[in-house]
Design a protein around this ligand. Sequence first.
Ligand SMILES: *Cc1c(COP(=O)(O)O)cnc(C)c1O
Length: 445
Amino acid sequence: MAKCAMGKMRRKGLAIMAAQTVATSVDLGPATGLSCRECGTRFELGPIFACVECFGPLEVAYDLPIGTGSAEDVEALRAAIEAGPDNIWRYAPLLPVPADVASKPSLNPGFTKLVDAQNLAKELGVTGKLYVKDDSGNPTHSFKDRVVAIAVEAARAFGFTTLSCSSTGNLAGAVGAAAARAGFRSCVFIPHDLEQGKVVMAGVYGGDLVGIEGNYDDVNRFCSELIGDPLGEGWGFVNVNLRPYYGEGSKTLAYEICEQLGWQLPDQIVIPIASGSQLTKIDKGLQELIKLGLVEDKPYKIFGAQAEGCSPVSTAFKAGHDVVRPQKPNTIAKSLAIGNPADGPYVLDIARRTGGYVEDVTDEQVVEAIKTLAQTEGIFAETAGGVTVGVTRKLIENGQLDPALTTVVLNTGDGLKTLEAVAADSGQTATIRPSLDAFRAAGLA
Ligand SMILES: *Cc1c(COP(=O)(O)O)cnc(C)c1O
């Protein structure tokens, strides 16, 4: 199943394992090691991401009080979380971070608003509860601050001095800002043709920002080569050699949603897909909460959302395939424009296992949905949020999403970073001289 087009990157992983020394005693809290998602082989904690046995992706393994907790233990954990800071560090006991993480320099992302979206519900024909989990409220205005915050702790533990990444835009800004705050050098890589808001936001924090002449998949391939080369020595690539840790940051979205719902699972969640990491880790987070006894076990459905112009996962889902055929992206939803998504096959598994669906919408529908969300709830989403809201509408129209249940739709980024998407027809209603006559003539009173 994992024999997706990741083979090349995984083979590269082997070279990296040989080149970098694996730390033997690092303190990443409850994390006890890494395990292969495919064959289960265990490794010590280190800056590695691919299994030497089968090239499968590595995941953080934990010593969590799963399945053994008495009712008192569950309540003690719940109370400890609720007494924690208003950011992702309230979940430190469930993350690969040291226990004193909250005292270290960090942007402290998370605990963003879960907006009760009654106006949007009416617009979409939802009769149950509809919430927007609005991650534009994070420090650099996208969900990426969550994953970067965890990767920074791993980078500290492994002694890296430079933070890097391959990015579709938001990650570059999140890494630049976190590096500035935490005292790392940063050098990040993006496709050269991103939105101005993303480029400026990635550059302003003072690290190096390199535009690569190619698409994200070219950028990612370049970074994999850089890691295996002496040029990249001492560099922590948050989404490549620190990927197992980075991914865990997305679990906090699952934790927050359930805690904000009063420690309950939602019935349905609509999640955007770029590499698919976020979607798979939200599912992992929900499963952990069930096993820990922090939420009552019940069925939930996970829905994936893509833009039609970069829809390798929805295409595979609809065709009934379990491998994902790479595409060449062409969409305004640039933050989701990964044509060869690393976690694509796992997304297919999760959507099918939970009874969800993976759908896509056109760029026109993305723009429409951005405006709908802004005009119903006062939330200005970037194109990725247009993708999830647009897909939610389509899923309801096609009967895949039940409008009578509790649904959470993710907005993962801020519309100020993708002004181009709506600028053409969201400007001034009228431009007039400063006189009452001119205003009367405009007919707006
Ligand atoms: C990166 C990103 C995602 C999802 O990324 P995955 O690679 O699927 O984890 C979603 N929305 C925005 C705005 C992003 O920047």
